[in-house]
Write a protein that binds this ligand. Structure first.
Ligand code: NAP
Ligand code: MG
Length: 403
């Protein structure tokens, strides 16, 4: 069989532990036999990050900006215990945080649906994609304790010295107080990433905040989305037959539960943090959740939503064949290769990406699956495979589809 060709390299970011083991196996069994793979390789494994004083992460993020599409393996975010385990020079920052700060993006998370894994919410038939704003609010807050008898005020000093004050509270008993912020630029970037992604994936966009209670802060989000929609995206949405829909967060929650799915739900930072975990869990498994970071200027970084699956890695290191689910990582590759194909006008690469996803879903729906899915699948003929048997089963189907 002739291999599918590429023109621009994909930015490949290798990672840690069990997902690093699967990364190599996925390339060997599912990609190299079919695609003349061109990548610019960055090793984001913790050892090499430490050796390069984390400069490799910065270089990888810059490469994503340069080439436009990257694919990333899960990586360890070091804590104190990891600093000892890997004898690190320092507790390096989260690679995802570093990449996000450089690409300035919005994270979109969507589940992979398969027959036999039933969402907890029985009306959900299509994936719900969660778009989370990744800057500000309580994640960049300032908070203080306010002892009894104290007065708390909000003060903003303009560059010309003008001071605006507003009373927060006069504390009779002990209490607490918090200040948080966001910026028009960041909210605008979030809005544009959401509108573009909706057009790109041909889905309606919902956005929700609590603007009835937060009449200046949340209202600003609502206004910025609305202004950008009217000025830049309305015509394209109408032409594509898509809807932009704003509603209160409480109304959104009720509608999401009653819906069939098949849309993008944009949320502020905290709402997105909480709701993405809820949506992922209700769809069945974190191992089936894909994630893509999209920058305001249209650069893409694809990855799995889960971590490095440390518990499985320690077993694999002891010589055991684990049954770790590679689906989200496979879909990171298919998503990145499809996007590369779209940008470079390579239909073959897009055909390959579609076939890879179909072969993966067909395999699970034929009853061949990893242990995590085996536990929750309702298929009568289900069989538990280890990760390598599972990848071989996908490879067989993929070859048949592409023949
Ligand atoms: P995790 O790697 O997502 O694993 C948590 C548990 O979820 C696993 O022990 C496993 O459950 C199950 N699981 C997750 N993915 C699975 C898969 N593909 N197949 C089968 N089961 C799966 O999260 P963690 O243990 O909290 O974190 C481990 C490391 O990953 C940490 O160092 C963290 O910093 C890093 N992390 C990285 C990213 C990222 O790069 N995007 C995201 C999150 C965490 P059982 O053990 O019950 O089988
Ligand atoms: Mg969370």
């Amino acid at each position: 069989m002739q291999k599918f060709q590429m023109t621009t390299p994909l930015v490949e970011m290798d990672g840690d532990e069990m997902t690093r083991v699967l990364w190599t196996a996925i390339k060997e069994k599912l990609i190299h036999p079919f695609v003349d793979l061109k990548t610019e390789y960055y090793d984001l494994g913790l050892e090499y990050r430490d050796q390069t004083d984390d400069q490799v992460t910065v270089a990888a993020a810059e490469a994503c900006k340069k080439y436009g599409v990257g694919v990333k393996c899960a990586t360890i975010t070091p804590n104190k215990q990891r600093v000892e385990e890997y004898n690190l020079k320092q507790m390096w920052k989260s690679p995802n945080g570093t990449i996000r700060a450089i690409m300035d993006g919005t994270v979109f998370r969507a589940p992979v649906l398969v027959n036999g894994i039933t969402p907890t919410v029985s009306t959900w038939k299509k994936p719900i994609t969660l778009a989370r704003h990744a800057y500000g609010d309580i994640y960049k807050n300032t908070e203080l304790k306010a002892p009894a008898g104290s007065k708390a005020e909000l003060v903003v000093t303009a560059p010309d010295g003008t001071v605006t004050r507003s009373d927060i509270h006069n504390f009779v008993g002990d209490g607490i107080v918090m200040g948080m912020h966001n910026t028009d630029a960041s909210i605008g970037g979030f809005a544009r990433a959401c509108f573009r992604y909706a057009l790109d994936t041909h889905q309606d966009l919902w956005f929700s905040t609590k603007d009835t209670i937060s009449k200046i802060y949340d209202h600003r989000f609502k206004d910025i989305f609305s202004e950008i929609y009217e000025a830049e995206f309305k015509a394209a949405f109408e032409e594509a037959g898509l809807t932009y829909f704003y509603t209160l967060i409480d109304d959104a929650v009720a509608r999401v539960i009653r819906s069939e799915g098949g849309f993008i739900w944009a949320c502020k930072n905290y709402d997105g943090d909480v709701m993405s975990d809820m949506v992922a869990t209700a769809f069945g498994s974190l191992a089936m959740m894909t994630s893509v970071l999209v920058s305001p200027d249209g650069k893409y970084e694809y990855e799995a939503a889960h971590g490095t699956v440390t518990r499985h890695f320690y077993k694999w290191r002891d010589g055991e064949k684990t049954s770790t689910n590679p689906v989200a990582t496979i879909f990171a590759w298919s998503g990145a290769l499809r996007k590369r194909g779209e940008l470079d006008g390579l239909e073959g690469l897009q055909t390959y990406a579609d076939a890879l996803e179909k072969a993966t879903i067909d395999t699970i729906e034929a009853g061949e699956m990893t242990g995590d899915l085996y536990l929750i699948s309702t298929l009568p003929n289900k069989k538990k495979l280890d990760s390598w048997e599972f990848l071989d089963a996908i490879a067989g189907r993929l070859a048949a589809i592409l023949r």
